[in-house]
Every structure is written in C-alpha cells, then in structure tokens.
Design a protein around this ligand. Structure first.
Ligand code: FAD
Ligand code: FES
Length: 513
C-alpha cells in the first residue's frame, strides 16, 4: 500500500501548535501542506516525521512512542523520530523528516529536510578491514533484509543473494492475502524494483540452487557447477510446505502455497463458482480460504482439529475464527482428515466425499535445513544459532524460519515462522557479519488477516495454563493473554494495536505484560 492513501488531517503543523499541547512522550498527527506529519516530543526535544508507515500505510500517530522512536500500530515497524529511518522491519523505507522550530511558545514543522524512501547511502562506501565477499543463500525475508542492511550500514564489498526462486525477493505474506484475493496490484509484491539491486551492487543469482557448502574452504557449490567463495555466509533457506501423504496427493490440481508462482497458479484456478477444498486450518490455509471466497470460489475446509487455530490461539479465538469464516460462506469439516484425492473430488476418512476443482494443502511447513546438515552445522529441529545468530561453524550465520535462537524473554530456544522475525534476524545477522556483536533480542510478532479482521500476536506461547481475556472477539475488540505460572508468554489482539505494542515493549524489558 502506498503512503498517499492517508488524507492529511489534524492541525496544520506548519502554522504551529502551542507548546503545552504536546507533553513529554506525546505525539500529535497533523499535516504540513499535503503531507501527513507526526509531531512528537521526547523530553525537551521535538521531532516531525511523516506519519504514514512506509510498510502498508499504518498511522504512526496511533502507534507507540518509545524514547526517540515510534512503532507502527499495524505490524510493529519502528522508525527513528530523529531521522525518519526505518529502524526495524517490516518497514524498509525511511519516512520524511521536517525541521522543527520552537518560537513564542509554539512548535512549528518547517521545511522538509529529508525525503521518504531514503534507505541507504546512494553508493556503498568503501570499507577497510571488512570481509570482501558476503554470500546469502535464500532470497526471502531474512536474505533480502540482510543484503539491504549490509548496504545500509555502508558495507562496500561484494554481496550476492543465491535463490532457487526465479523471482526477485517479494512480499510473501501478501501471497495468501490481498494478492490472492485480487485486491493488491502486481506492483505491491516485489520488495524492490529490479534497478534497486543494480544500483546497490547486490548480485541476484535467481533460479540457482545452492547444492553444498564447504565450511572449511568457505565456498558454496551452486547448481551448474560453479563455486562461490565467501568470507561470511548467511543461511536463510526458509521453510517448505509439508506434503499430504495420501493417494492422489501428487495430482496436478493438488497445490501448496509458498512462492509467488504458487499464488499465481491458484489465482488462475480460482474462477468464480469453482470449487476448492482447503486441507488444514492453519493461518495460511484459512487466509487462502478467505482470499478464495473474495473471488467467489466455493470453499470447504478439512482439518483434524476441533477448532481452527486452537493450538495457537486457544478455543475462544479459534471459535471466533471459525464463525468468521462460516459467515463468509466457508464450510468446515473439522475432526476429519483426507483419505484420498481423485480428479474431481476429495474423499475423507469417514467416507464422505467433497467435489473439488482444485485442492490447496496448508498443513504446515518444515525448515529447509538439508544444506546446513550437509555442511555439518549443529542441528536441533532447525539450525542452532547463538544470540548473535552465529551457527556452529565460524563465518556462517543463519536467520529466519530455519534458525533456532535463544529467546531472551521466554528463556527458551525458539524457531518461529514469522515474516517480521525473519526480516529482523536478517538485519541483525547482517550487522554481525560486519563484526558488530549485536544480540538478537526482538520479541516475536506476527499478524494474520481474515476478511476485514487482522489478528496480531506478540510473544510465543507453545503451552499455557490460563488465558485471560479482555474484551469481545465478536465485537472485533479483544486482547487475550496466554499465561503460564502467572507469567504472560504471549498476547493476541484484534484491533488493539496499542495494547499489542505495549505488550511487546514490556516483554523486551523482561516484564510480564
Ligand atoms: C503464503 C504465506 C503467507 C504468510 N503470511 C505470513 C503472515 O501473515 N505473517 C507472518 O508473520 N508470516 C507469514 N508467513 C511466513 C513468512 O513468510 C516466513 O516466516 C518468512 O518468509 C521466512 O523468511 P525466510 O527468509 O526464513 O524464508 P523465506 O522467505 O521462505 O525465503 C527462503 C528462500 O530461500 C530459497 N532457498 C531455499 N533453499 C535454497 C537453496 N538450497 N538454494 C537457493 N535458494 C534456496 C527459497 O526458494 C526462498 O526464496 C507466510 C508464509 C507464506 C508462505
Ligand atoms: S503498516 Fe506499519 S508496520 Fe505494517
């Protein structure tokens, strides 16, 4: 979504506002000319930056100010109030910045001093003493974010992304949401236009499989036989969909959704009135169901659990999600599995059949750790990394869906399949590849969108002994705290962006929200 979508409202900050209208820690959304601007006060300093988040256009004035930064209420991106820089993903572009003047008891936002979109030095600065060849395997969230951060940090050596996908890095979460529903234009999908990579000296080796890593020799064997040497390597190979193991699962109309090509394939099949069976009631599976309903496809969901998403969100929210989908015409066959798939129907374990023109299997993913295993890295249901995202081999880092890292808040080792986690790990890994020794300390966050409802989830609760609910999911206004032994491990919210951000900050500080 573009920044132009929000219409500037609120006070004209060019004309100034009284000093007392903005207390310490306060923010005011207003405008300067046609630009939506956020005026913020941190102690005795005042800042003015663009108030529209550069990710999907979230209203930063409704977000949370933390010292001299502001977090977006939609997907928790973080911006510097001093410079407008996008400090934490999922936003990657800076927002504009205005000069602030204090005069006669009023605060004014004057001329723009930096433009939105600025994100790194125009040309990489030559670096001395830095490694000369950075190789990144995987062109997804973590891989892309790492390459971008290397350049943003001014790294001047070689950067290569090796990806077996034929498309340049793209916005994967959108593939099961607006893009699949037909409400997102094609240009939203690439994370960057092609010239970005050329201009910033990021070599994209697309359609190229990394076949093997020689950790001692510091080289990667590529499909085609070429060997690519590295000084530092980032493994960011992500996860792949788990396949159904039943008769007919390999028929051509049985699909999974992981890549842009997969999403396009589903779009081609999703004709109005066609019949789809979605296998699984996970986040991706149900987002697919919602998107297909938008295209007026008949959707039936088959899943073994009693309620969708119960394992992650608990029974209450699971029930709400089910009813939400049912109200949009989705038919559930819960407590059942698929026994076999035929050309035009799906047979369930109890013998019932469902007619289907195509089948989408969304029963989870598994990390792509074969390369790491082959390279002899330490594996524990993922690639084991330190808080600096280093693997057991020197000069090799791992980030994203494959990485199992020590999480500061829970004290556990986590491996999590979230877009924002992968991007932020990519950013931290990049800085550590440059020798920074920065701990990965972000609290996990994800969102999932179903029709007009977005569920936000911060923290991580694999198990809990209590769910404390505040509000009403049916009123689209709720917060659920997943607690274990009196400590909140995770908070799920609907339309409570501020509460989700407060919970995130508390967990970062080691406090139970
Ligand atoms: C349809 C869909 C919707 C999603 N929606 C959400 C959401 O709403 N919110 C959320 O938080 N998360 C969401 N996720 C999860 C999120 O996209 C992942 O957690 C994130 O992309 C992981 O990033 P990554 O960099 O680890 O891996 P990926 O983004 O998967 O990238 C890995 C890349 O590595 C490449 N690769 C793998 N092995 C090799 C090899 N040997 N050689 C070369 N290239 C290789 C792959 O082709 C891929 O391009 C969604 C995922 C999908 C599939
Ligand atoms: S819109 Fe701001 S983080 Fe997504």
């Amino acid at each position: 979504m573009s920044a132009e979508q929000s219409k500037p409202s609120g006070p004209d900050l060019g004309r100034g506002i009284p000093l007392e209208d903005i207390p310490d820690g306060g923010m005011i959304g207003g405008h300067v000319g046609d630009d939506a601007v956020l005026l913020a006060r941190h102690r005795n300093e005042f800042f003015a930056i663009g108030s529209t988040c550069s990710h999907y256009g979230g209203p930063l004035a409704e977000g949370l100010m933390v010292d001299d930064t502001v977090r977006c209420p939609w997907h928790h991106a973080c911006f510097s109030l001093r410079t407008g820089e996008a400090l934490a993903a999922p936003a990657l572009n800076a927002t504009s910045c205005w000069r602030v003047e204090r005069r006669d008891g009023r605060i004014f936002a004057r001329e723009k001093i930096s433009e939105a979109g600025r994100r790194m030095p125009a040309k990489p600065r030559p670096t001395t003493g830095s490694p000369g060849h950075m190789v990144i395997i995987g062109g997804g969230a973590a891989g892309y974010a790492a390459a971008e951060m290397l350049r943003r940090e001014g790294y001047g050596g070689d950067v290569a992304i090796v990806s077996d996908d034929t498309a340049p890095p793209y916005d994967r979460p959108n593939l099961s949401k607006d893009y699949l529903a037909g409400t997102a234009p094609e240009e939203w999908i690439p994370l960057r236009p092609p010239e970005f990579y050329v201009d910033n000296g990021i070599e994209l080796r697309l359609g190229t499989n990394a076949m093997a890593i020689d950790a001692a020799e510091r080289s990667v064997m590529l499909s085609g036989g070429e060997e690519l040497g590295f000084d530092k390597l980032l493994l960011a190979t992500g996860a792949e969909p788990i396949r159904l193991q039943v008769q007919g699962a390999d028929l051509p109309h049985v699909r999974t959704l992981c890549s842009l090509a997969d999403s396009r394939d589903l779009i081609a099949r999703a004709r109005k009135g066609s019949r789809a069976v979605v296998v699984g009631a996970s986040f991706i599976a149900l987002e697919v169901a919602a998107a297909l309903r938008h295209r007026e496809v008949e959707v039936q969901v088959v899943a073994p659990e009693a309620r969708p998403m119960e394992r992650v969100l608990g029974p209450e929210l699971g029930c709400f999600v089910q009813q939400l989908h049912e109200s949009h015409g989705v038919v559930f066959h819960l407590g059942h599995t698929v026994a076999a798939i035929e050309a035009e129907r799906v047979r369930l374990d109890h013998g019932a059949t469902i007619d289907a023109d195509f089948v989408v299997v969304g029963i989870g993913v598994r990390p792509r750790i074969q390369l790491a295993q082959q390279a002899g890295l330490t594996i524990d249901r993922g690639v084991l990394v330190t808080e600096y995202l280093e693997t057991s081999a020197s000069a090799i880092f791992a980030a994203g869906d494959i990485a199992r890292w020590p999480d500061a808040y829970s004290g556990e080792r986590l491996r999590i399949e979230h877009w924002v986690v992968a991007e932020r790990q990519g950013q931290t890994a990049a800085r550590n590849m440059l020798g920074r020794r920065e701990r990965y300390a972000a609290v996990p966050f994800f969102w999932s969108q179903h029709y007009d409802v977005s569920i936000d989830y911060v923290g991580h609760a694999a198990v809990w002994d209590e769910i404390v609910q505040n509000g009403d999911a049916n009123a689209h206004d709720v917060a659920l705290r997943f607690r274990q032994a009196g400590r909140t491990l995770a908070v799920a919210t609907i339309f409570r962006g501020g509460e989700s951000l407060l919970a995130e900050v508390a967990m970062e500080r080691g406090q139970s929200p």
